[in-house]
Design a protein around this ligand. Structure first.
Ligand code: ATP
Length: 742
């Protein structure tokens, strides 16, 4: 394309013509695998490669025949929202043997497949790597036995492999999130939320067993996301005497008028002697020592079930596209890689480095080197564990930092919510209050945003006051959109009167939560959905990607009548295929004249006789409901970091009884930038914000827009300058643990 900048790399310059890609799912199934399969197929076909389903994992590859079939664009229609894997998964003993792999190689060669996308856990990926290493030897053997021509050995000399980790356990090193983990967390949190109401009514203790034979991620993050009283995970066995400590904690919580207790146990939880801690054992202990009415719930396969979350669909779609790019770019020297996400950035990592690191975690646990195991799991895991430790136990007053004559460590810190309520705000407040108290500060809560602050609605808030807040939607402190400008004097007065040294503001220009949009099976119908977000098109765009939309109109990317016409024509064409359903998203402020009604009428008129339309304005339901596990966890961790930063700043700028703040860096915004959490001075942000429309001038997710278009069969231009670099699995030192990662 003529207008492409020379320093950028655009994927349409890459061609898959003449290549054949096989895609398979192997090992345990996970929600989101289908989204990955769909993305591989569509991206593969988009670049003119042939794509083959390999049914039933490696078993299908070994058996060949109907198990390996070429697929079309439509073959993956309407699978994005389906849980599990439509191409089947299996464990295959034969593939572990050389004979089995020889058969598999033969079956692939028959169809000219030399590119494989493997979606599975560490076992499946290890197998894939071995297969790749043996490939040329297998071909020689096939040629010697006369099964294939010598020519074929030369022609198909390399096997390229790209892995995507599909595993609900999130047990694979090098990746922040594996496909399926977020959906499994959704399932767990749905159960915990449901259980909490009954536990509350009957003053019960619930012991909840979640999956994770070797990895405590699900248990740990669920515990963070529901504010559990106690969690048991394999990587962090409780200290000697934990039985008494746990019971003391449970009864203390009850004494604080908490009517229920939640204890989460990972399947593989162990004590410091490597003895397993089962949910039954925990229950018996609570009953014997405390006499509490205690019930056990074992979640089992429910965690693998249900529809994939928006996050998993987006993750898997991005990974699938990246996997095809990696295959197109692979050479004889590129090692087999896994594609994954780090922060919100796609990365490629050498498969075997990840597998080795994952195995090292197990080794460290077997050798009871638990600190090492936690460190090897990665910064994000370690950060989760540290945050959990920080928030679950209130240190006794004697252990809190105290005032010193020369250097005060105790300050008054206020927390307030501003803007529209967003799911996850309460988790953030809870975390701020508890971390603040642990840091030795006195915490204050401001009611009803800046307006409330101006009217003196501020009060001290304690550890117990925020108990149970993580799971609640909306803003318990109350929030208003009013900006402080009009009340500056009064707010300053309140700051003085209450001697507030620092203020933590939780809110945003506009709240962007994630949205789930399930497509319907109805025929010949186009759904036009209006999403919220003010001028920010994030919801429309990401909702579109998660739901497999045909178009998403947003303010950030101008559209005109030609674009609308092209979309209508595209949908008319689509109705001629077997996919007879359309989905169009429109951000509420995307265009003042091309309103949702206008678009609905235009599509209805132009689609007459071919499709009909329905429209739906999602409205405030998008802000309501219980926060997702991601929002709870993100709110909790980001807030903990913010308070730690505030504490550090206060200490640094404290002199002779006063805090000296400068405007350069004492007012910062904490947020995720690419791969890390960054504190950015608000003065700098001024240049990067569009104040009229209340959005950042640069929106990172805009680069994902072409993905939605490609997967909906539009020809488009996709900048891949950011992807493509093969990185290495980071081994971080313990000191790094509290930087960057979320
Ligand atoms: P999960 O995380 O759900 O356990 P996984 O991919 O680790 O998924 P495994 O049962 O370990 O699941 O492996 C799935 C399949 O991958 C095996 O049945 C086997 O066919 C193949 N496989 C695993 N390890 C190897 C290996 N070392 N060599 C060859 N093939 C292997």
């Amino acid at each position: 394309m003529a207008d492409q900048p020379a320093d950028k790399k655009f994927f349409e310059n890459l061609s898959g013509a003449g290549k054949a890609i096989g895609v398979l799912t192997s090992g345990g199934d996970a929600q989101g695998m289908n989204a990955a399969v769909r993305a591989v197929v569509r991206m593969g076909i988009y670049v003119e490669a042939k794509v083959y389903f390999i049914y039933e994992g490696y078993q299908g590859m070994v058996d060949g025949g109907d198990n390996i079939v070429e697929v079309s664009w439509e073959s993956v229609s309407s699978i994005l929202q389906v849980g599990g894997t439509v191409i089947g998964s299996a464990r295959c003993k034969e593939f572990r043997t050389r004979e089995g792999r020889l058969k598999a190689a033969f079956n692939l060669i028959q169809r000219g497949i030399t590119n494989l996308c493997v979606i599975g856990g560490d076992g499946s990926l290890t197998g894939a790597n071995l297969f790749r290493e043996e490939w040329s030897g297998l071909l020689e053997e096939l040629a010697q036995s006369g099964k294939i021509e010598e020519e074929a050995v030369k022609k198909y000399v390399y096997l390229n492999i790209v892995g995507m980790v599909g595993s609900i356990d999130n047990d694979f090193c090098g990746t922040d999130m594996t496909i399926g983990t977020d959906s499994a967390l959704h399932r767990i949190i749905e159960v915990v939320d449901a259980i909490m109401t009954t536990a509350q009514s009957h003053q019960r203790t619930f012991v909840l067993e979640v999956m994770g034979r070797h990895c405590g991620y699900l248990a740990l993050v669920s515990a963070l996301a529901c504010g559990a009283d106690w969690v048991f995970i394999p990587e962090y066995p409780p200290e000697e005497g934990w039985e008494d400590q746990m019971c003391v904690k449970l009864s203390e919580n009850r004494a604080r008028k908490k009517r229920l207790n939640i204890i989460i146990v990972a399947e593989g939880a162990i004590d410091s002697h490597n003895k397993s801690i089962t949910s039954e054992k925990v229950k018996d202990l609570v009953v014997q020592q405390l006499g509490f009415d205690t019930r056990v719930t074992i979640l089992g396969h429910v965690q693998r079930g249900g529809t994939p979350s928006a996050f998993d669909r987006i993750l898997a779609s991005r990974m699938g596209v990246e996997a095809v790019l990696a295959l197109l770019e692979a050479t004889a020297d590129t090692p087999a890689c896994v594609v994954s996400l780090s922060g919100n950035q796609a990365v490629r990592l050498p498969l075997m480095e990840c597998v080795q690191m994952t195995q090292e975690v197990q080794k460290a646990m077997d050798e009871r080197k638990f600190c090492e195991a936690v460190r090897l799991r990665g910064r994000s895991f370690e950060n989760n564990l540290n945050t959990y430790k920080l928030l679950s136990h209130r240190k006794p007053d004697t252990e809190l930092p105290k005032d010193h004559l020369s250097c005060s460590t105790n300050f008054n810190v206020a927390v307030l919510n501003v803007g529209a309520p967003a799911a996850g705000m309460n988790a953030a407040v809870r975390s701020a209050v508890r971390v603040g108290i642990t840091e030795g500060h006195t915490m204050f809560a401001v009611i009803d945003g800046f307006e409330g602050f101006a009217n003196g609605q501020i009060k001290e808030i304690s550890w117990g006051d925020v108990g149970g807040w993580t799971g609640q939607g909306g803003s318990l402190l109350g929030t208003k959109r009013t900006l402080p400008a009009k009340y500056l004097e009064k707010i300053a007065d309140q700051m003085r009167t209450n001697n507030i040294n620092a203020l933590m503001v939780i809110g945003g220009f506009e709240t962007c939560d994630r949205i789930k949009q399930s497509a319907s099976g109805t025929k010949r119908r186009v759904f036009i959905i209006e999403t919220m977000g003010g001028y920010c098109g994030y919801l429309a765009n990401m909702g579109g990607l998660a739901a497999g939309a045909d178009a998403a109109y947003i303010f950030e990317e101008k559209f005109d009548i030609r674009e609308l016409q092209a979309n209508v024509e595209h949908l008319t064409e689509k109705m001629k295929t077997s996919i007879q359903r359309g989905l169009v998203l429109r951000n509420e402020n995307s265009n003042e004249n091309y309103t949702t009604d206008f678009i609905y009428q235009l599509y209805s008129e132009e689609g007459k006789g071919v499709f009909d339309c329905r429209k739906n304005v999602l409205g405030h339901m998008q802000q309501g409901g219980a926060p997702s596990p991601f929002d709870r966890n993100f709110g909790t961790k980001i807030s903990a970091k913010a308070i730690q930063w505030i504490s550090k700043k206060l200490r640094e700028t404290y002199r002779r009884g006063k805090v000296f703040a400068n405007t350069e860096d004492s007012v910062c915004l904490l947020g995720m930038r690419r791969r890390n959490l960054l504190f950015q001075p608000v003065v700098e942000l001024k240049d990067q914000a569009d104040f009229v429309h209340r959005i950042p001038k640069e929106q990172w997710w805009l680069k994902l827009r072409p993905l939605m278009k490609i997967l909906a069969k539009y020809k488009t231009s996709y900048d891949v300058s950011d992807s493509g670099q093969l990185e290495h699995v980071a081994r971080h030192s313990p000191k790094e643990a509290d930087t960057g990662a979320i």
